[in-house]
Write a protein that binds this ligand. Structure first.
Ligand SMILES: CCCCCCCCCCCCC[C@@H](O)CC(=O)SCCNC(=O)CCNC(=O)[C@H](O)C(C)(C)COP(=O)(O)OP(=O)(O)OC[C@H]1O[C@@H](n2cnc3c(N)ncnc32)[C@H](O)[C@@H]1OP(=O)(O)O
Length: 360
């Protein structure tokens, strides 16, 4: 039998060297370190058929004496640990690359990619430790998750009922359904939006990692529209604006709440996550515009009815119409839209950046 050299492919990380020896069905494997030189010999099927194959590699820098190897039907994988965690300029001490050696492009990373991989691993380790210590430290974790799951389930059912009801009525009645949305769905919307106040309380109690202020803007903004504009003015209740506002609100919530429910049980559906973190992009501005239309339509009604008008000292006139306060509120709405749009954009970036890192 001839003695031949197999093809060897290599790649490195800061702490390790990976070698892949192209030798199938390897037998009589002998791999050892002599000083800082890896010696390899085995019988197997390589580039020159069934033969005995050998090679040696003197490493550029010191490596640890223990060697891990695994022989499969197709190849022999060898892992060597570096003595010092450092990026090497090349594999071997000799500057000229041995002819049988080539980069392993399946595993190849350049230094900065390897650093990112290391960083991602570190972050994952820290996250795991954090989660484990939270689980160990918090005896009420199960109770909290149970409460959140139930809350999200109830909201999901409520908003789904509204969404399905409105969709069915739209199909059956067409545009006529615009005018009685309030009378058919308002009770459920009152219930869901009153429950939504918990979304401001939850971050205060440390139950969720939501920003308190974005949640406050969201819940207050919607409740002003629901209770003050639609709820207190009968004249507004049969306006098509109700249809658009309710439809846009429920369109996001039928995806957001199931997304949270899955998060409570540590599961994720990629499509649902994408919908939760993408649908707001068209829906949020459209929702705000519909709400603004409703506010603008209500201004003359508040002027006429003097509802909620503020009494003024006699010298200044009789009373200040509530419509002036609503005009200030209109400006606040677009400020609120800006704050929450930026918040949701950051949440989206955070979610997809950390997921991308995990995938790499
Ligand atoms: C100071 C007085 C205020 C004055 C008001 C001024 C007027 C303002 C008007 C503003 C205009 C409002 C317009 C609006 O009403 C129009 C519409 O809504 S149209 C429809 C489209 N809308 C949307 O898409 C918004 C939907 N709402 C939201 O997304 C949230 O309410 C919001 C607070 C805006 C953002 O959510 P959040 O900060 O919670 O982001 P995440 O979903 O990424 O969650 C962060 C982490 O917390 C976990 N979490 C959150 N909630 C729960 C829960 N209920 N159960 C379980 N877990 C929860 C979530 O999983 C995340 O965890 P992790 O970080 O581990 O992934």
């Amino acid at each position: 039998m001839q003695i031949l050299t197999p093809h060897v492919y290599w790649a490195q990380r800061h702490g390790e060297i990976f070698l892949r020896v192209e030798l199938s069905d390897a037998k009589n494997l002998n791999i050892w370190l002599q000083e800082n030189t890896l010696q390899f010999s085995a019988q197997g099927h390589g580039a020159k058929g069934d033969n005995e194959y050998m090679f040696s590699l003197e490493f550029l820098e010191p490596v640890r004496p223990e060697i891990n190897h695994k022989s499969t039907q197709r190849q022999v994988d060898i892992k060597v640990k570096k003595q010092v965690e450092r990026w090497w300029d090349r594999l071997t001490l000799q500057e000229k690359k041995p002819v049988f050696l080539a980069p392993d492009f399946d595993r190849w990373l350049d230094e900065s990619d390897a650093e990112m991989e290391l960083q991602a691993k570190e972050e994952e380790k820290i996250n795991r430790i954090n989660v484990e210590s939270r689980v160990r430290k918090d005896p009420y974790l199960g109770l909290k998750k149970g409460y959140l799951f139930m809350y999200n389930l109830v909201q999901f059912l409520g908003f789904s009922w509204i969404f399905v009801n409105m969709t069915v009525r739209l199909f059956i009645l067409g545009q006529d359904s615009f005018y009685d949305t309030f009378h058919t769905t308002a009770d459920m919307m009152y219930f869901c939006q009153m429950m939504a106040v918990l979304e401001v309380i939850n971050p205060l109690l440390g139950l969720v990692r939501t920003g308190f202020f974005p949640a406050l803007i969201q819940v207050t903004g919607r409740n002003v529209i629901l209770f003050v504009i639609f709820g207190s003015l009968e004249e507004m209740q049969n306006q098509p604006a109700v249809f658009f506002v309710f439809y846009l609100w429920s369109s996001i919530e039928i995806f957001r709440y199931p997304f949270y429910m899955l998060a409570c049980i540590g599961t994720e559906w990629k499509l649902l996550t994408w919908l939760r973190y993408s649908l707001w992009i068209p829906l949020y501005p459209l929702g705000t515009i519909s709400e603004a239309v409703a506010v603008i339509q209500s201004l003359p009604i508040f002027d006429e009815t003097r509802r909620f008008s503020l009494p003024l000292p006699a010298a200044l006139g009789q009373s200040l119409s509530f419509s002036y306060i609503l005009q200030i509120y209109l400006v606040l709405m677009f400020l609120g839209l800006f704050i929450n749009f930026r918040h949701l954009y950051k949440q989206r970036r955070r979610r997809y950046r950390s997921r991308k890192r995990k995938v790499q």
